[in-house]
Design a protein around this ligand. Sequence first.
Ligand code: URP
Ligand code: ZN
Ligand code: ZN
Length: 467
Amino acid sequence: MSDPVVVRGGTVVEAGWSAPADVVVRDGKVAALTRPGGAAPRGATEIDATGMLVLPGGVDPHCHVGFTSGEFTSLDDYAECTTAAVFGGTTTIVDFAIPRPGEAPADVAYAQRAKAWQGLCDSALHACVVDWDETVPDQLGALVADGITTVKMFTTYRGETMANEDTILRTMKTLRDLGGLVVIHCEADHIIGDTQTDCAARGRIGAAHMAETRPELAETASVAEVLAIAESLGSPVYFVHQSTAEAVELVAAARRRGLAAYTESVAHHLVLDDSRYAGPAPERYVCCPPLRPRPAVDALARHLFTGEITTIGSDHCCYDLAQKESHRADVRAMPNGLPGVETRLPVIFSTFVANAGLPVTRFVELTSTNPARTNGLYPRKGTLLPGADADIVIWDPAAEWQVTADTLHMTTDYTPYEGMTLTGRPRTVLVAGRPIVHEGTLLDPTPRGRHLPAEPAVRQRRPTISA
Ligand code: URP
Ligand code: ZN
Ligand code: ZN
């Protein structure tokens, strides 16, 4: 038993509503939402949230911790990644257990799960299937029974993590019957491979040419193919880091036809555009899919408002400048991905809530509640309703500040948002009812992370076909 805490005087924001309320916390959970100014439980510690928004902690559905791809491993571990996460208002991360050639998906997932305790906040895990063999169904069965219900797949990165269509179909079908969910990176590798060969022949394969090496069409084509597989099976499917409105609209159309199909977008695709590749340090922005032209970014971002985007992730990959610069002349050899677990919430809040009128309830839905739902973590995470874990962000909606890598906490020496002026940031962050961060200071570095077993993420009956 721990002493109660009351967060007083703020405006509680949930996915569907917001209202002035005090939040009473006991034993690490939300005990009650009460009328503002009501009597506090005896012995309660009071935290003043006057003028602040009181949000459920962010849930980052797409976060690579210590991720190895090619010759590169991203630089953070669970302690470092979750430290940065909590500074940015994210109190749950969902990491990936991605097998190297020859490794069994379940072995890799259990090894990664064993690191969760190092975190300053809780974490969950996506497993990953690359190749199909007769052991995969049993591995998936064991993983789902153990609460690892989401499985990452890729239609690109040939020779690394790319799965072929048969493997995607079999994995989807198996997970459909187990109550799991495929989460998939879609870029048609044959189109990308051919485009890159052409680009290389013309001397346009460096970081400055990143956008043209991975065309939008490759994403559209792959999303259409994967949707067709999912629809033929009646399998739920979640598309990670969708970077174009066309891709989002394909998914939305399938959803209207009754498929449980979901779109994740990530902060950098919603905010930054491909003009960064024309700047002095294009390698800092090399990610897959690449940043898109401004009209495409704006078209994508409109779907935050239409409701077609389900979640916002970070796709956090903590490479440093030495890693990013080492093969800048050839994107095929570069480490892909950008650091972002700490900046996801502030960048999205500032760009869309403070400056473009996105309702703050929708911000919570996109960055906390829906990621918790699609990952089978709701209502333990993604809400402040009684019974939820007391992961609470007291958010100052008016704070103005400038992003600079020097003052962030990610295990890298740069940020793609360097110099940007933002409005809004966390003032105090509580994890399981304990204040962890206050006004930019880490109050308690004790690792207390828990691995979160997921409920079956999405259940979908096979669509019936009427005569
Ligand atoms: O560029 C990216 N996104 N790197 C991380 C791996 C992935 O594809 O998600
Ligand atoms: Zn990806
Ligand atoms: Zn990723």
